[in-house]
Write a protein that binds this ligand. Structure first.
Ligand code: SF4
Ligand code: SF4
Ligand code: SF4
Length: 257
């Protein structure tokens, strides 16, 4: 279990390296293009599957797959600012959804009038695998923006405030069954996990107030906290009934007093 972050690191590095070739599969912006053309493409299928699965396995898409998140994390290690955890601004998040979907569906409607849409037929390879100059420029712009955001803004600021997928994921992740869990009997409150968390989640607050269940909808299940915990108190675990789990932990702590 402790090695989970090593696997996470390798997986994310692999996706980062193959993204230039398979950009159309991974880039969230292509969801906008898919709506624009009225076609269900592979990128739409992949990201929609992650959204549908988020009430079960949270934000694994963000933590194991997304090249933007990975780039932000890499550059964020050299960030010029060390800020404290700030909650996402829900109103900013919600406002971003509106222009995203309104503009995409408006273009879809105009294209439909011109008879060049596809009635949302499933055509996975519609956005072809040809990585032409246009896509190269978009990819370079995305990567550069992620590097700048990582260097100058709060940890994963864009994931918490701007990304449309992040907003949709976080709704499902509120109910995720796969959660970071702390064994409160083993924990020494050293705060190492909190310092190293890629999102800067205030994990110790969850240890003190939530029986060790890190039920934060921004958690990307990367396993970094598991790796750094020297007391072996942190795990990624399936918790099917949160209230039952919390009561069980509370009762066992009461008995020890
Ligand atoms: S919030 Fe968006 S940009 Fe961030 S990791 Fe998730 S999908 Fe990628
Ligand atoms: S690193 Fe481990 S022991 Fe330290 S606060 Fe986190 S869970 Fe507790
Ligand atoms: S709480 Fe742990 S698993 Fe979740 S984002 Fe932070 S380091 Fe990753």
């Amino acid at each position: 279990m402790k090695r989970i972050y090593s696997f996470n690191f390798l997986t994310r590095l692999m996706f980062l390296l193959i993204t230039p070739v398979f950009f159309q599969f991974f880039a969230i912006g292509f969801i906008w293009h898919s709506i624009y053309w009225g076609v269900i493409t592979s990128v739409m299928i992949i990201w929609m599957a992650f959204i549908l699965l988020s009430p079960l396995v949270g934000r694994v898409g963000c933590g194991w797959f997304c090249f933007m998140g990975t780039t932000v994390d890499f550059s964020g290690k050299h960030s010029f600012f060390k800020t404290k955890w700030k909650k996402p601004k829900l109103w900013v998040r919600s406002l971003i959804l509106i222009p995203f979907f309104i503009s995409a569906f408006s273009f879809y409607y105009l294209n439909s009038e011109r008879g060049i849409t596809h009635d949302f037929a499933v055509i996975p390879a519609f956005l072809k695998l040809d990585f032409n100059m246009h896509y190269k420029i978009v990819w370079m712009t995305d990567t550069l923006s992620a590097i700048i955001v990582g260097l100058f803004l709060d940890k994963r600021w864009a994931c918490k405030n701007l990304c449309v997928m992040g907003t949709l994921y976080s709704r499902g992740a509120n109910y995720s069954r796969l959660i970071s869990v702390v064994d409160t009997n083993k924990c020494t409150l050293c705060r190492k996990c909190e310092k190293e968390c890629l999102l800067g989640i205030p994990i110790v607050d969850y240890i003190k107030n939530n029986e060790g269940l890190v039920t934060n909808s921004e958690c990307i299940l990367c396993g970094k906290c598991v790796e750094v915990c020297k007391s072996d108190a942190m795990k990624l675990k399936f918790v099917w009934d949160r209230e039952k789990y919390k009561n069980r932990i509370k009762n066992s702590s009461d008995q020890q007093l």
